[in-house]
Ligand binder design. Sequence first.
Ligand SMILES: C[C@H](O)[C@H](O)[C@H]1CNC2=NC(N)=NC(=O)C2=N1
Length: 116
Amino acid sequence: MNIDHDLATETCEACRKDAPRLTAQQIETLLVEVPGWQWKKAEGIDRLEKEYAFSNFLTALAFTNKVGEMAEKRDHHPDILTSWGRVKLTWYTHAIGGLHRNDFRCAAASDQLYNG
Ligand SMILES: C[C@H](O)[C@H](O)[C@H]1CNC2=NC(N)=NC(=O)C2=N1
């Protein structure tokens, strides 16, 4: 299938409470564009989750801070679990209790920060 956009460089839109959640079909289609990201439902909320590997705590922390800066710029924020050699990111949209295209944009942008 032809992909005529780049999720990582798309601007996040302000998320309104009445924005529609992505449907299962839309999620499946977008997941193809963000390899390694898992679609998980927790506490009734669809989420995107990925764990990144690092060689120590400081490099994991540096990535955490880069993601934090990106999240602030986009006004869209992940759950972050930083551990020795690992960072787990979880993206979902609080305002709608589910997944929005913004979450895929931020997942793709996170990958770009990891891959340099
Ligand atoms: C007021 C502010 O724009 C909102 O609270 C933003 C902040 N960051 C956010 N991050 C995420 N993941 N979901 C939101 O709904 C959200 N809302």
